[in-house]
Ligand binder design. Structure first.
Ligand code: ZN
Ligand code: ZN
Ligand code: ZN
Length: 209
């Protein structure tokens, strides 16, 4: 019987925001080899290599700090079958991704999607001017937030999102900054899709986009 030791790795691309699951197996890492994960768009996401025979080093690009972080995991932890490990920004503790068994990675991604859906459901789909646009805008905002690109002028990444029938309201939990994002028309969605990042401004109390 061949025991295949593989672990899945999921991290949003720092370049284009695409979420992809990559897999790595023990043999790819044997010897002094290292594995690099690259997004389809060509952006380098992470490098994984062994350190001695007992440790695995993961170097990953952090979108929040705009530089690479490096984390060391024990071999046992890295090839675990039982749980998911999170990959964090070492400065802000924001979650950048996960690695672990493929099934658990999938479950986590599904859970996140459900959370998003239930957030919209709580408000009642009927209450939205255009539920589909709202959901897509929300989905997109969630991507931006998950990769640390939703933040406030004051530096905080702790942003509260509230849903209304025709818009979302973002407010900083640290200061009084506030931003409205319209989400009723197709144009609204297109406008959001063009954003690489969303900054909540301290001075903008009125609708600005
Ligand atoms: Zn990419
Ligand atoms: Zn960082
Ligand atoms: Zn703030």
């Amino acid at each position: 019987m061949v025991i295949e030791l593989t672990t899945a790795f999921v991290m949003r691309c720092p370049g284009c925001g695409r979420l992809e699951v990559d897999q790595v197996n023990l043999f790819q890492l044997s010897g002094s080899k290292e594995i690099t994960f690259q997004c389809e768009c060509g952006t380098h996401k992470a490098t994984i290599r062994m350190k001695g025979s007992s440790y695995v080093v993961v170097e990953y690009y952090c979108i929040i700090c705009d530089r690479e972080h490096s984390a060391v995991f024990s071999r046992k932890q890295f090839w675990t079958r039982n749980y998911l490990n999170a990959i964090y920004c070492l400065d802000t503790d924001l979650n950048l991704g996960y690695y672990g068994p493929y099934e658990l990675i999938n479950q986590e991604l599904e859970r996140q999607q459900e959370e998003l859906n239930s957030m919209a459901n709580d408000l009642g789909f009927d209450e939205f001017v255009n539920p589909e646009i709202m959901l897509e805008v929300l989905d997109y905002l969630d991507d931006i937030a998950a990769s640390g690109r939703l933040y406030c002028d004051c530096g905080s990444h702790n942003i509260n999102i509230e849903l209304f029938s025709d818009r979302l309201e973002l407010s900083c939990n640290n200061c009084y900054a506030f931003k409205q994002i319209p989400a009723a028309k197709k144009d609204d969605l297109e406008a959001v899709k063009k954003l690489d990042e969303i900054k909540v401004n301290i001075s903008t109390k009125t609708k600005s986009f």
